[in-house]
Design a protein around this ligand. Sequence first.
Ligand code: PEP
Length: 253
Amino acid sequence: MTRKPIVAGNWKLNKTPAEARQFIIALKNKVAGIDTRAEILVCPPHVALDAVVDAARDTKIAVGSQNTFWEESGAFTGETSTGMLESLGVTHTLIGHSERRALFGETDDMVARKLRKVLESNLTPLVCVGETLEEREGELTEQVITRQVTAALEGTAHEHAGRLVLAYEPVWAIGTGRTASPEMANDVHTLIRRILRGIFGDSAAEGIRILYGGSVKPDNASTLMAESDIDGVLVGGASLDPGSFAEIIRAAP
Ligand code: PEP
């Protein structure tokens, strides 16, 4: 099975709507010169989503949010629902990014609730998992990833398996310049696919894309994406510049 790669950018807390629009104009021009079968996704801050959807109209660039909530409306100050995102033309959303988990107290249970709500909508979820340095050094990677993946997928209907995307992002590699070696990353991707097989069966698990994230740059993207179970990348820092993001898109198999 050849899974279609995804090259996704997570802008985190960067870019105003005007800056975001400029980025898309620049990226659009660069992408026009790249012959790729990869899906391209950018995840701007919520305030820039509208501008980015507008600027990316009629291009190959899809737009995702960095977060969403498990309720549709009500007394939930500061939150944004899946229906609101869809009404803007957003098609994807990150769930459970390690910064959400570490800085904003997102638990495995909250990630699972968000995922169930996203799967009731038309958005495509990108569920992020990853171990900390302490956990890796304590040889707890397998245990932590198994717990995070299993907990996130708790209650996910089998019919939704085809819409899932997972992202393995070792916390120690995010924004640090330290990348997991391609083999090291692929070992965890293989573990994740094994867990997915156990939950959804062989054929459904074969179709689920698993992205790698953590200091992905133009010079390491192609070796990472050449690995058998790495189906694309989730890029933070290097997605902020249209030139380096385009190079990473070019590196997709
Ligand atoms: C991320 O935030 O998802 C990420 C992978 O960041 P960076 O590429 O900067 O390590």
